[in-house]
Design a protein around this ligand. Sequence first.
Ligand SMILES: [Zn+2]
Ligand SMILES: [Zn+2]
Length: 192
Amino acid sequence: MFAALDRHMLNLIQSKRNYVAMNIVNGFLMLFYVFLGFSQERRPWSIIAILIFISFSIFQFIEYLVHRYLFHNPKSFSYKGHVLHHDKPTGTFSLPWFIPFLISIVLFFIIYLLIGLSLAGALSAGIMLAYLYYEYMHYSFHRYPHRTRYYRRLKAFHLVHHKVAYTNFGVTTTLWDRVFGTHYLSKKKRTF
Ligand SMILES: [Zn+2]
Ligand SMILES: [Zn+2]
């Protein structure tokens, strides 16, 4: 039974349908959080900018930890799936659509209990936006050329991870690799 479930999950994470569902379902959840966060209170733009900054920072730290300690941990349930992505980087690949959905709802309730509905909605919207940004950036790194220098560097940084798998765990930022000493890009700033 577990083998069948395992096979089903491995097929799911590589399917185009899952990728589309992941974006649609979690995109709507993000809009719902925006509604919760901003419908009751009018917030000044400065507060919105701070909330977005905080939520992106929270997500980027989680992104680093999950990629390094779960996706690259042979004992973790997600290891096999991530190896598939490393073997075939240009294939469609994302988490099962319901995983970020469920984690986000649990996280939302925890934040809600700590700081109330409106702020929990705003922060959860930002974290979900950061997640969808991460999924899009990762998808595009393996498919599309990027025009700006910033994105070309970030893409090169991720493609190095595909060659030297114990380095460059961040996808949307290089910050945490620099902090934890796993940053690597070669002397001659690589571009792919
Ligand atoms: Zn990749
Ligand atoms: Zn990896």
